[in-house]
Design a protein around this ligand. Structure first.
Ligand SMILES: *Cc1c(COP(=O)(O)O)cnc(C)c1O
Length: 385
């Protein structure tokens, strides 16, 4: 009889299991399913990045163990990119750390800063790894509800004082998955004040900083004054450069916090493949029109999908960032997703999968062509709900 450790047994159930099963059944019936469920870019990695990898792989020096903190050339490229895109100055020696995708950094950071029983503050709904990483460190995640009434920002005043005193880490993510909400520098400055008051380390996940529309520019957490004293920002090449499969990201900000994360990493992984890091240098230092072109494509898809959702009578605001549309639905999220799948062959993720405060919402990912989205809209028109 195999027994799992308590930390595995205490992980939340996989809430997408029911929809995965229903999807498999529908596909078996031969239905042409339109998958708007997955937050994985459908377009390929830009060719200049792929070419840089091809060139790098022929160099035997790149085949060895990388350094755990990452190649200085990659960290310098990341620091330069930060100065250009965020107007933030970083020392590439100790204020940038290469990650094997930002998920890796998010999952590992609780091990560096949370003792068993310590509290972490995690957004709900949210990317599941903040919660799960905390549980794997035997810590106690405290859910900060992201509510429409507060523009899907956590209400810091609503966090009980005794919880705030016990909290060591706070996770934030703007532009936000799944709600597509954005945050202002002013909000980030309130977070810095809160973090100073309660001695909390802030981890801002900035995976969608470049995926913005309608002239909007998303601020970095590090644009807030004093942010570097209390926190770090996690970055990913996955969404910005269509590189999800490559596994490359980086963390920037407070050097002592990064050193703590680095300590875990030295003992757990041996860094990102240098060939991938050289491709990352090409992504960060090369032409950026690929990012603008992809945003134009997502914007066209967003507008097509919104037409359909509005005809369904759903309450949706056009997101100005991320490739998600977070739609309020009537009734339970899971029932709505099931209905969309069974009656229209459309996959959309029930919000409850991102936490209890995601109930009543469904997340649509703009990861299908505009033709497929128009087809989804046509199918929605025929639905009677
Ligand atoms: C996709 C995503 C990530 C994961 O990025 P990787 O760098 O591929 O690990 C992290 N955070 C959020 C909010 C995401 O949506």
């Amino acid at each position: 009889m195999i027994k799992y450790a308590e930390r595995i047994n205490s992980l939340p159930p996989y809430l997408f299991a029911a929809i995965d099963k229903a999807k498999a059944e529908i596909i078996k019936k031969g239905v042409d399913v339109i998958n708007l469920g997955i937050g994985d870019p459908d377009m390929p990695t830009p060719p200049h990045i792929v070419d840089a990898m091809k060139k790098s792989i022929d160099n035997p020096a790149r085949h060895k163990y990388p350094s755990y903190e990452g190649m200085l050339s990659f960290r310098t490229a990341a620091a330069d990119w930060y100065r250009r895109t965020m107007n933030v100055t970083l020392n590439s020696e100790d204020e940038v750390l290469t990650l094997i995708g930002s998920k890796e950094g998010i999952a590992h950071i609780p091990l560096a800063f949370l003792n068993p029983g310590d509290v972490s503050l995690v957004p709900d709904p949210g990317y599941p790894v903040y919660n799960i990483g905390s549980i794997l460190a035997s810590a106690k995640p405290f859910k900060m509800p992201l509510l429409a009434g507060n523009e899907f920002l956590p209400d810091l005043d609503a966090i009980p004082k005794d919880v705030a005193k016990k909290a060591k880490l706070m996770f934030l993510n703007y532009p936000n998955n799944p709600t597509s909400a954005t945050a202002s520098i002013k909000f980030f400055e309130e977070v810095v004040d809160f973090a100073n008051e309660f001695e909390i380390i802030v981890v801002h996940d900035d995976a969608y900083s470049e995926m913005t529309y309608d002239g909007y520019k998303a601020p970095s957490f590090l644009n807030a004054s004093g942010a570097k004293d209390v926190g770090i920002e996690m970055h990913s090449l996955s969404k910005t450069y269509n590189m999800t499969g490559w596994r490359l990201g980086f963390a920037v900000g407070n050097s002592e916090i990064l050193a703590g994360l680095g300590k875990v990493k030295t003992n757990v992984d041996s860094g990102a493949f240098e060939v991938i890091q050289e491709a990352g240098v090409a992504a960060l230092t090369g032409p950026q029109d690929c990012v603008r072109d992809m945003n134009n494509i997502y914007k066209e898809r967003r507008d097509a999908l919104l037409t359909g959702l509005k005809e369904l009578g759903l309450d949706v605001k056009p997101p100005r960032a991320t490739f998600y549309v977070w739609a309020h639905v009537n009734g339970k999220a899971a029932d709505f997703s099931k209905m969309l799948l069974e009656k229209a062959g459309i996959v959309a993720t029930p919000g409850i999968g991102f936490g209890e405060y995601g109930e009543g919402y469904v997340r649509f990912a703009l990861t299908q062509s505009v033709d497929r989205i128009n087809e989804a809209v046509n199918r929605m028109r025929k639905l009677d709900i």
